[in-house]
Design a protein around this ligand. Structure first.
Ligand code: KG4
Ligand code: ZN
Length: 356
Protein backbone atom coordinates (compact mmCIF):
# COMPACT_ATOMS: atom_id res chain seq x y z
CA UNK A 1 0.00 0.00 0.00
CA UNK A 2 1.56 3.22 -1.19
CA UNK A 3 0.83 6.53 0.45
CA UNK A 4 0.86 9.74 -1.46
CA UNK A 5 4.24 11.43 -1.08
CA UNK A 6 4.95 15.10 -1.70
CA UNK A 7 8.25 16.97 -1.85
CA UNK A 8 7.81 20.57 -0.66
CA UNK A 9 10.20 23.38 -1.53
CA UNK A 10 10.23 26.81 0.13
CA UNK A 11 12.39 29.83 -0.78
CA UNK A 12 10.02 32.78 -0.39
CA UNK A 13 12.12 34.75 2.06
CA UNK A 14 15.35 33.91 3.83
CA UNK A 15 15.06 30.17 4.47
CA UNK A 16 15.92 27.55 1.89
CA UNK A 17 13.81 24.59 2.98
CA UNK A 18 12.60 21.25 1.68
CA UNK A 19 10.72 18.27 3.10
CA UNK A 20 9.03 15.04 2.13
CA UNK A 21 5.67 14.41 3.79
CA UNK A 22 3.21 11.56 3.29
CA UNK A 23 -0.55 11.51 3.18
CA UNK A 24 -0.93 10.78 6.88
CA UNK A 25 1.28 13.69 7.91
CA UNK A 26 4.44 11.71 8.52
CA UNK A 27 7.52 13.82 7.90
CA UNK A 28 9.90 11.44 6.14
CA UNK A 29 12.71 13.91 5.63
CA UNK A 30 13.43 17.59 5.97
CA UNK A 31 16.28 20.04 5.59
CA UNK A 32 16.60 23.76 6.05
CA UNK A 33 19.24 26.40 5.59
CA UNK A 34 18.62 29.68 7.38
CA UNK A 35 20.18 32.96 6.23
CA UNK A 36 19.28 34.77 9.45
CA UNK A 37 22.86 35.20 10.57
CA UNK A 38 23.93 36.90 7.35
CA UNK A 39 20.89 39.21 7.36
CA UNK A 40 21.34 40.10 11.04
CA UNK A 41 24.77 41.49 10.19
CA UNK A 42 23.46 43.70 7.38
CA UNK A 43 20.51 44.86 9.50
CA UNK A 44 17.89 43.40 7.15
CA UNK A 45 17.37 41.25 4.08
CA UNK A 46 19.03 42.42 0.88
CA UNK A 47 17.11 40.58 -1.88
CA UNK A 48 20.03 39.84 -4.27
CA UNK A 49 22.03 38.49 -1.32
CA UNK A 50 19.11 36.25 -0.32
CA UNK A 51 18.78 35.07 -3.93
CA UNK A 52 22.47 34.18 -4.12
CA UNK A 53 22.30 32.23 -0.86
CA UNK A 54 19.22 30.30 -2.05
CA UNK A 55 21.10 29.42 -5.25
CA UNK A 56 24.08 28.17 -3.28
CA UNK A 57 22.04 25.91 -1.01
CA UNK A 58 18.92 24.70 -2.77
CA UNK A 59 20.44 21.67 -4.48
CA UNK A 60 21.98 20.41 -1.25
CA UNK A 61 18.84 21.07 0.84
CA UNK A 62 16.50 19.25 -1.55
CA UNK A 63 18.97 16.39 -1.86
CA UNK A 64 19.23 16.14 1.91
CA UNK A 65 15.44 16.08 2.43
CA UNK A 66 15.15 13.33 -0.18
CA UNK A 67 18.00 11.19 1.13
CA UNK A 68 16.88 11.45 4.77
CA UNK A 69 13.44 10.27 3.67
CA UNK A 70 14.99 7.19 2.04
CA UNK A 71 12.63 7.31 -0.90
CA UNK A 72 13.52 7.35 -4.52
CA UNK A 73 12.39 10.54 -6.28
CA UNK A 74 10.39 8.36 -8.66
CA UNK A 75 8.06 7.47 -5.74
CA UNK A 76 6.95 11.10 -5.33
CA UNK A 77 3.31 11.84 -6.16
CA UNK A 78 4.06 15.50 -6.83
CA UNK A 79 6.36 18.42 -6.12
CA UNK A 80 4.91 21.41 -4.29
CA UNK A 81 6.66 24.77 -4.29
CA UNK A 82 5.89 28.21 -2.89
CA UNK A 83 5.11 30.55 -5.77
CA UNK A 84 3.82 33.56 -3.78
CA UNK A 85 3.82 35.82 -1.82
CA UNK A 86 7.43 36.66 -1.01
CA UNK A 87 10.57 38.25 -2.38
CA UNK A 88 10.47 37.84 -6.16
CA UNK A 89 14.18 37.05 -6.42
CA UNK A 90 13.99 34.41 -3.68
CA UNK A 91 10.81 32.80 -5.01
CA UNK A 92 12.41 32.56 -8.45
CA UNK A 93 15.20 30.30 -7.21
CA UNK A 94 12.78 27.73 -5.75
CA UNK A 95 10.48 27.87 -8.75
CA UNK A 96 13.23 27.51 -11.38
CA UNK A 97 14.77 24.64 -9.45
CA UNK A 98 11.40 22.90 -9.07
CA UNK A 99 10.49 23.26 -12.72
CA UNK A 100 13.77 21.66 -13.74
CA UNK A 101 13.21 18.81 -11.31
CA UNK A 102 9.67 18.34 -12.56
CA UNK A 103 10.77 18.11 -16.15
CA UNK A 104 13.45 15.66 -15.17
CA UNK A 105 11.22 13.42 -13.04
CA UNK A 106 8.00 13.93 -15.03
CA UNK A 107 5.96 14.66 -11.91
CA UNK A 108 2.92 16.89 -11.41
CA UNK A 109 3.51 20.35 -9.95
CA UNK A 110 1.51 21.93 -7.12
CA UNK A 111 1.93 25.71 -6.83
CA UNK A 112 1.68 26.78 -3.20
CA UNK A 113 0.52 30.03 -1.64
CA UNK A 114 2.84 30.61 1.31
CA UNK A 115 0.09 31.96 3.60
CA UNK A 116 -2.24 29.08 2.84
CA UNK A 117 0.58 26.73 3.83
CA UNK A 118 1.15 28.57 7.13
CA UNK A 119 -2.57 28.43 7.88
CA UNK A 120 -3.02 24.72 7.16
CA UNK A 121 0.07 23.55 9.09
CA UNK A 122 -1.99 22.99 12.23
CA UNK A 123 -3.88 20.17 10.47
CA UNK A 124 -0.63 18.21 10.24
CA UNK A 125 -0.21 18.13 14.02
CA UNK A 126 -3.77 18.44 15.36
CA UNK A 127 -7.16 17.22 14.31
CA UNK A 128 -8.67 20.56 13.34
CA UNK A 129 -11.75 20.71 11.14
CA UNK A 130 -12.79 23.63 8.94
CA UNK A 131 -13.75 26.33 9.64
CA UNK A 132 -11.19 27.81 12.03
CA UNK A 133 -9.62 31.22 12.59
CA UNK A 134 -5.96 31.85 11.94
CA UNK A 135 -3.73 34.70 13.07
CA UNK A 136 -0.40 34.79 11.23
CA UNK A 137 2.16 37.07 12.80
CA UNK A 138 5.81 37.20 11.81
CA UNK A 139 8.44 39.53 10.40
CA UNK A 140 6.71 39.61 7.04
CA UNK A 141 3.14 38.56 7.76
CA UNK A 142 0.21 39.98 9.66
CA UNK A 143 -3.19 38.63 8.82
CA UNK A 144 -6.30 37.30 10.41
CA UNK A 145 -8.44 34.94 8.34
CA UNK A 146 -11.29 32.50 8.55
CA UNK A 147 -10.17 29.23 6.98
CA UNK A 148 -13.24 27.57 5.47
CA UNK A 149 -11.47 24.96 3.35
CA UNK A 150 -8.12 24.04 1.85
CA UNK A 151 -8.29 26.91 -0.57
CA UNK A 152 -11.19 28.88 0.86
CA UNK A 153 -10.09 31.82 2.99
CA UNK A 154 -12.04 34.82 4.20
CA UNK A 155 -9.55 37.59 4.98
CA UNK A 156 -10.83 39.43 8.07
CA UNK A 157 -7.88 41.71 8.79
CA UNK A 158 -4.34 42.57 7.82
CA UNK A 159 -1.69 45.08 8.73
CA UNK A 160 -2.16 48.41 7.00
CA UNK A 161 1.60 48.99 7.17
CA UNK A 162 4.31 46.74 8.64
CA UNK A 163 4.15 43.34 10.36
CA UNK A 164 4.57 43.06 14.16
CA UNK A 165 7.87 41.15 13.86
CA UNK A 166 9.23 43.82 11.56
CA UNK A 167 8.30 46.47 14.14
CA UNK A 168 9.90 44.49 17.00
CA UNK A 169 13.04 43.98 14.88
CA UNK A 170 13.23 47.73 14.18
CA UNK A 171 12.78 48.62 17.84
CA UNK A 172 15.43 46.07 18.85
CA UNK A 173 17.82 47.54 16.30
CA UNK A 174 17.07 51.07 17.52
CA UNK A 175 17.81 49.91 21.09
CA UNK A 176 21.09 48.33 19.84
CA UNK A 177 20.14 45.03 21.45
CA UNK A 178 22.58 43.26 19.15
CA UNK A 179 25.27 44.77 21.39
CA UNK A 180 23.51 43.65 24.56
CA UNK A 181 25.53 40.80 26.13
CA UNK A 182 22.41 38.70 26.77
CA UNK A 183 20.70 39.19 23.40
CA UNK A 184 23.41 39.43 20.75
CA UNK A 185 22.41 36.22 18.96
CA UNK A 186 18.64 36.63 19.26
CA UNK A 187 16.17 37.87 16.64
CA UNK A 188 14.73 41.29 17.45
CA UNK A 189 11.45 39.87 18.74
CA UNK A 190 13.15 37.32 20.94
CA UNK A 191 15.52 39.96 22.34
CA UNK A 192 12.53 42.16 23.22
CA UNK A 193 10.81 39.24 24.96
CA UNK A 194 13.99 38.42 26.87
CA UNK A 195 14.60 42.00 28.06
CA UNK A 196 10.92 42.62 28.80
CA UNK A 197 11.14 40.10 31.65
CA UNK A 198 13.55 42.47 33.44
CA UNK A 199 11.53 45.61 32.72
CA UNK A 200 8.54 47.47 34.08
CA UNK A 201 5.98 48.21 31.36
CA UNK A 202 4.24 50.85 33.46
CA UNK A 203 7.22 53.21 33.07
CA UNK A 204 6.06 54.00 29.54
CA UNK A 205 2.53 54.74 28.53
CA UNK A 206 2.01 53.43 25.01
CA UNK A 207 -1.48 53.26 23.51
CA UNK A 208 -2.56 50.29 21.39
CA UNK A 209 -3.16 51.50 17.81
CA UNK A 210 -6.54 51.74 16.01
CA UNK A 211 -8.67 51.61 19.15
CA UNK A 212 -11.63 53.15 17.35
CA UNK A 213 -11.36 51.38 14.00
CA UNK A 214 -14.42 49.20 13.48
CA UNK A 215 -12.61 46.42 11.61
CA UNK A 216 -10.02 43.75 12.30
CA UNK A 217 -7.03 45.42 10.63
CA UNK A 218 -3.72 46.07 12.35
CA UNK A 219 -1.12 48.83 12.31
CA UNK A 220 2.38 48.89 13.76
CA UNK A 221 4.26 51.75 12.13
CA UNK A 222 2.60 54.46 14.27
CA UNK A 223 3.62 52.57 17.38
CA UNK A 224 7.13 52.23 16.01
CA UNK A 225 7.41 55.98 15.47
CA UNK A 226 6.18 56.74 18.99
CA UNK A 227 8.76 54.33 20.39
CA UNK A 228 11.46 55.89 18.22
CA UNK A 229 10.65 59.30 19.69
CA UNK A 230 10.57 57.87 23.21
CA UNK A 231 13.99 56.32 22.71
CA UNK A 232 15.41 59.57 21.32
CA UNK A 233 14.11 61.48 24.34
CA UNK A 234 15.52 58.90 26.76
CA UNK A 235 18.89 59.04 25.00
CA UNK A 236 18.95 62.78 25.61
CA UNK A 237 17.90 62.39 29.25
CA UNK A 238 20.47 59.70 29.94
CA UNK A 239 23.08 61.59 27.96
CA UNK A 240 24.14 58.65 25.84
CA UNK A 241 25.12 58.36 22.19
CA UNK A 242 23.20 56.54 19.50
CA UNK A 243 24.32 52.91 19.61
CA UNK A 244 24.83 52.68 23.37
CA UNK A 245 22.29 50.75 25.40
CA UNK A 246 19.78 52.75 27.44
CA UNK A 247 19.36 51.91 31.10
CA UNK A 248 15.62 51.99 30.43
CA UNK A 249 15.85 49.53 27.50
CA UNK A 250 14.16 46.74 29.46
CA UNK A 251 11.24 49.01 30.46
CA UNK A 252 10.80 50.07 26.84
CA UNK A 253 10.92 46.42 25.70
CA UNK A 254 8.26 45.50 28.26
CA UNK A 255 5.98 48.35 27.19
CA UNK A 256 6.37 47.59 23.47
CA UNK A 257 5.73 43.90 23.97
CA UNK A 258 2.66 44.54 26.07
CA UNK A 259 1.19 47.10 23.67
CA UNK A 260 1.76 44.73 20.76
CA UNK A 261 0.06 41.92 22.67
CA UNK A 262 -2.94 44.16 23.52
CA UNK A 263 -3.34 45.27 19.92
CA UNK A 264 -3.18 41.72 18.55
CA UNK A 265 -5.57 40.46 21.21
CA UNK A 266 -8.14 43.23 20.75
CA UNK A 267 -8.32 42.87 16.98
CA UNK A 268 -8.55 39.09 17.29
CA UNK A 269 -11.35 39.47 19.83
CA UNK A 270 -13.31 41.55 17.30
CA UNK A 271 -12.80 38.88 14.65
CA UNK A 272 -14.05 36.10 16.92
CA UNK A 273 -17.17 38.10 17.86
CA UNK A 274 -17.79 38.98 14.20
CA UNK A 275 -17.59 35.35 13.10
CA UNK A 276 -19.76 34.09 15.93
CA UNK A 277 -22.44 36.71 15.36
CA UNK A 278 -22.71 35.60 11.75
CA UNK A 279 -22.50 31.90 12.58
CA UNK A 280 -19.30 31.57 10.59
CA UNK A 281 -17.67 29.82 13.55
CA UNK A 282 -18.94 27.30 16.06
CA UNK A 283 -20.46 28.99 19.14
CA UNK A 284 -19.04 26.49 21.59
CA UNK A 285 -15.86 24.94 20.20
CA UNK A 286 -14.25 27.33 17.74
CA UNK A 287 -10.51 27.16 17.18
CA UNK A 288 -8.03 30.03 16.88
CA UNK A 289 -4.69 29.04 15.37
CA UNK A 290 -1.78 31.39 15.96
CA UNK A 291 1.37 30.95 13.93
CA UNK A 292 4.45 32.79 12.64
CA UNK A 293 7.67 33.74 14.44
CA UNK A 294 5.92 36.26 16.71
CA UNK A 295 3.56 33.52 17.93
CA UNK A 296 6.43 32.06 19.96
CA UNK A 297 6.20 35.10 22.27
CA UNK A 298 4.72 33.85 25.54
CA UNK A 299 3.38 37.24 26.65
CA UNK A 300 1.52 37.59 23.36
CA UNK A 301 0.19 34.05 23.66
CA UNK A 302 -1.10 34.81 27.16
CA UNK A 303 -2.97 37.87 25.91
CA UNK A 304 -4.56 35.78 23.16
CA UNK A 305 -5.43 33.09 25.68
CA UNK A 306 -7.39 35.62 27.71
CA UNK A 307 -9.43 36.35 24.58
CA UNK A 308 -10.02 32.72 23.65
CA UNK A 309 -10.97 31.82 27.24
CA UNK A 310 -13.48 34.67 27.32
CA UNK A 311 -15.06 33.56 24.03
CA UNK A 312 -15.10 29.78 24.57
CA UNK A 313 -12.50 29.22 21.86
CA UNK A 314 -9.50 26.91 21.83
CA UNK A 315 -6.10 28.45 21.15
CA UNK A 316 -3.73 26.25 19.16
CA UNK A 317 -0.15 26.94 18.04
CA UNK A 318 1.93 24.67 15.85
CA UNK A 319 5.25 23.67 17.47
CA UNK A 320 7.91 26.41 17.07
CA UNK A 321 9.76 24.75 14.17
CA UNK A 322 6.50 24.66 12.19
CA UNK A 323 5.55 28.25 13.14
CA UNK A 324 8.45 29.72 11.17
CA UNK A 325 9.12 29.13 7.48
CA UNK A 326 9.84 25.49 6.64
CA UNK A 327 9.52 22.90 3.90
CA UNK A 328 7.14 20.67 5.83
CA UNK A 329 4.26 23.13 5.62
CA UNK A 330 4.71 23.37 1.84
CA UNK A 331 4.75 19.60 1.39
CA UNK A 332 1.73 19.26 3.70
CA UNK A 333 -0.17 21.90 1.73
CA UNK A 334 0.65 19.79 -1.34
CA UNK A 335 -0.91 16.74 0.35
CA UNK A 336 -4.00 18.76 1.34
CA UNK A 337 -4.36 19.95 -2.25
CA UNK A 338 -3.91 16.44 -3.66
CA UNK A 339 -6.56 15.13 -1.30
CA UNK A 340 -8.95 17.94 -2.21
CA UNK A 341 -8.20 17.55 -5.92
CA UNK A 342 -7.08 21.16 -6.18
CA UNK A 343 -4.60 23.06 -8.33
CA UNK A 344 -2.37 20.28 -9.59
CA UNK A 345 -0.53 21.02 -12.83
CA UNK A 346 0.36 18.02 -14.94
CA UNK A 347 1.96 20.04 -17.66
CA UNK A 348 4.36 22.76 -16.64
CA UNK A 349 5.84 23.41 -20.05
CA UNK A 350 4.04 26.75 -20.27
CA UNK A 351 5.29 27.96 -16.90
CA UNK A 352 8.38 30.05 -16.85
CA UNK A 353 9.73 32.25 -14.19
CA UNK A 354 10.71 35.74 -15.16
CA UNK A 355 11.83 38.07 -12.40
CA UNK A 356 10.43 41.59 -12.62
O1 KG4 B 1 8.13 33.37 10.88
P1 KG4 B 1 9.47 33.99 10.94
O2 KG4 B 1 10.65 33.15 11.32
O3 KG4 B 1 9.87 34.64 9.58
C1 KG4 B 1 9.09 35.51 8.85
O4 KG4 B 1 9.13 36.71 9.18
O5 KG4 B 1 8.39 35.05 7.92
O6 KG4 B 1 9.35 35.21 11.95
C2 KG4 B 1 10.45 36.00 12.29
C3 KG4 B 1 9.95 37.16 13.11
C4 KG4 B 1 11.02 38.17 13.38
O7 KG4 B 1 10.52 39.46 13.14
C5 KG4 B 1 11.34 37.96 14.85
O8 KG4 B 1 11.76 39.13 15.49
C6 KG4 B 1 10.00 37.50 15.39
O9 KG4 B 1 9.46 36.69 14.37
N1 KG4 B 1 10.15 36.72 16.62
C7 KG4 B 1 9.59 37.05 17.79
C8 KG4 B 1 10.03 36.10 18.74
N2 KG4 B 1 10.83 35.20 18.10
C9 KG4 B 1 10.89 35.60 16.80
N3 KG4 B 1 8.78 38.06 18.11
C10 KG4 B 1 8.37 38.14 19.38
N4 KG4 B 1 8.75 37.28 20.35
C11 KG4 B 1 9.56 36.24 20.09
N5 KG4 B 1 9.93 35.39 21.05
ZN1 ZN C 1 6.25 32.75 6.38
Amino acid sequence: FLHKLVLGIETSCDDTAAAVVDETGNVLGEAIHSQTEVHLKTGGIIPPVAQQLHREHIQRIVQEALSVSRISPSELSAIATTIKPGLALSLGVGLSFSLELINQLKKPFIPIHHMEAHALTIRLTNKVEFPFLVLLISGGHCLLALVRGVSDFLLLGKSLDIAPGDMLDKVARRLSLIRHPECSTMSGGKAIEHLAKQGNRFHFDLKPPMQRAKNCDFSFSGLQHVIDKTIMQKEKEEGIEKGQILSSAADIAAAVQHTTACHLAKRTHRAILFCKQRNLLSQSNAVLVVSGGVASNLHIRKALEIVTNATQCTLLCPPPRLCTDNGIMIAWNGIERLRAGLGILHNVEGIRYEPK
